[in-house]
Design a protein around this ligand. Structure first.
Ligand code: IDP
Length: 151
């Protein structure tokens, strides 16, 4: 089982899409084992988007990500990092395939509804960045076998 970080971005909070996004992950058979609302600040965003700080759109990205509180989630499941990225879709909502979260809910390159960790290593780093010890909770739903059997 893997764990990955999802951020429901301010655009989705503004647009009333929090429930829609959470429902997609639940229905897929992934498990939310950590979730909270938090207000991001420039310091955490400069760390989180360190690979983008020199891009011309970075100031707009900062503003956009601080516009409202966000929802951060730790999502667990078999191959969760890859599965969640597939469900998220390409960065630009206009290029993301229909059926993906971005493909169904976004028409924008920046305002693309969710963030999802892009590798197992980054998922570990990002979960440690957004969650304190004790905020990620281990449990197994009672009908776990129906999601992943036989393997
Ligand atoms: P990802 O979110 O699909 O992993 P990254 O390249 O890590 O893509 O970019 C992080 C975020 O920065 C994107 O989700 C998007 O909100 C924003 N972004 C990336 N490229 C652009 C761009 O060309 N214009 C505006 N915003 C962008």
């Amino acid at each position: 089982m893997e764990q990955t970080l999802v951020i429901i971005k301010p655009v989705a909070v503004h647009r009333g899409l929090i429930g829609e996004v959470i429902t997609r992950f639940e229905r897929k058979g992934l498990f939310i084992i950590g979730m909270k609302m938090m207000q991001l600040d420039e310091q955490i965003l400069r760390e989180h988007y360190a690979h983008l700080t020199s891009k011309p759109f970075f100031p707009d990205l900062l503003k956009s990500m601080m516009a409202t509180p966000v929802i951060v989630m730790c999502i667990e499941g078999k191959d969760a990092v890859e599965v969640v990225r597939l469900m998220t879709g390409a960065t630009n909502g206009r290029k993301a395939l229909p059926g993906t979260i971005r493909g169904d809910l976004s028409m924008s390159g920046q305002e693309n509804v969710v963030h999802a960790s892009d590798s197992i290593d980054n998922a570990k780093i990002e979960l440690a960045r957004f969650f304190k010890p004790g905020e990620i909770l281990a449990y197994k739903p009672s009908d776990f076998r129906f999601y992943y059997a036989p393997d």
